[in-house]
Design a protein around this ligand. Structure first.
Ligand SMILES: [Zn+2]
Length: 371
């Protein structure tokens, strides 16, 4: 994901924070400062948010490490203001595995809740109802006692929230996995997503009477339910389709020794936006160049820059007989919009980009509608 800062790696999984996340930290700190006019409170507010997000990372690691157990790799975990996102290389096809991977996340939060509960009990710090009332009134939010208690409560909420049986929550995946034991995956997804949508509407309705936050949660769930169903339909549209049916056999290519200006001249004459970059003898692909690098490259270094200086050297190579759906997921997780396609001999026989996959899908779906 663009604009994400890498903070570490756990068992080969990159952990990164999206820039928009810092807005939330800053906003919480400002809110505390406005309330108390106390820098220490503001700082503690920030530390508290970071502690919650550390728990979110542990939750995502719960998914990722369970997936790893089933041989599914996770490329990265990204922290967004709305929570974490574990970028699994593929979705487990076996319902049982999907269920275990989905439940592993919220189970981590339940575990943290119990640990904090026992720590508070063992140290005699567990607040009584009197304590809670007094602390709320005095605004003493950040004694060690309150810090641990609030963190415990936050983990409990995270766990409960994720057990809501609707996409994109883990509960939606658990529900789908359970349904998929009895029926095919697409029907299971459709039923799970309708249940999610119904729940979302109930949330939105209740939100207007009780707590406005429910309206936001409802909207979030409603949108997530739709997206998951569409993604699942795409998978079916691609079922049994090979990369070679969707790839472009004629594709724009340049040698790494050519300049950005050469590329731009070509772009002005054609519709091409992505390019495969070859070595000087045109024997193998050494990079992928997209509009992004071309524009920033020209702005920063000028038009006479060699393409080899700005191209992406880290790209995926797809095989012509590969399943289109798997290929699409690989392309998405590479973060680039295009990839070279090779045959058994390793020769480059085509190029695939996300636009041309989308067009292919629209064609295929409209063809199916006609029949
Ligand atoms: Zn989760």
């Amino acid at each position: 994901m663009n604009g994400a800062l890498k903070i570490g790696t756990v068992k080969g999984i990159k952990i990164q924070i999206h820039w928009s996340f810092w807005i939330i930290v800053f906003w919480i700190m400002m809110t505390y400062y406005m309330q108390s006019h106390n820098v220490k409170d503001a700082l503690m507010g920030g530390v508290f948010v970071l502690a919650i997000f550390a728990c979110v990372v542990l939750h995502e690691l719960g998914h990722a490490l369970t997936a790893m157990h089933y041989g599914i790799k996770t490329k990265s975990i990204t922290l967004l203001p709305i929570g974490g996102l574990a970028n699994l290389e593929k979705i487990p096809e076996k319902p049982k595995q999907e269920f275990v991977i989905a439940i592993a996340g919220p189970m981590v939060n339940i575990l943290i809740t119990f640990i904090l509960y026992f720590v508070l009990q063992a140290t005699d710090m567990f607040p009584t109802q009197e304590d809670l009332k007094r602390m709320l009134q005095n605004n003493q939010k950040f004694s060690a006692q309150m810090f641990l208690f609030n963190l415990m409560a936050a983990n409990m909420i995270l766990a409960l929230f994720n057990f809501i049986p609707a996409f994109p929550m883990d509960g939606g995946r658990m529900l789908r996995a359970l349904l998929a034991l009895k029926m095919d995956r697409v029907t299971a997804t459709q039923i799970a997503s309708s249940i999610g949508k119904t729940l979302a509407i109930v949330f939105i309705f209740l939100g207007f009477f009780f707590d406005f936050w429910l309206v936001f949660i409802g909207l979030f769930v409603y949108l997530g339910a739709g997206a998951e169903a569409i993604q699942e339909q795409n998978k079916v549209a691609f079922k049994g389709v090979k990369v070679k049916s969707a790839m472009m056999r004629k594709f724009p290519s340049f040698a790494e020794t050519e300049t950005l200006e050469d590329v731009v001249k070509h772009m002005l004459k054609t519709q091409d936006k992505e390019f495969l970059i070859f070595d000087i003898n045109f024997t193998q692909v050494v990079g992928v160049l997209t509009q992004n690098e071309i524009l920033t490259g020209i702005q920063t270094y000028g038009g006479d820059t060699l393409v080899s200086e700005v191209m992406n050297r880290d790209f995926v190579v797809l095989h012509e007989n590969e399943d289109l759906n798997e290929a699409y997921l690989k392309l998405l997780s590479s973060g680039l919009s295009a990839a070279p396609v090779v045959n058994d001999e390793g020769q480059v026989v085509g190029m695939i980009d996300s636009d041309n996959i989308k067009e292919f899908m629209i064609l295929k779906l409209s063809h199916e509608l006609k029949n």
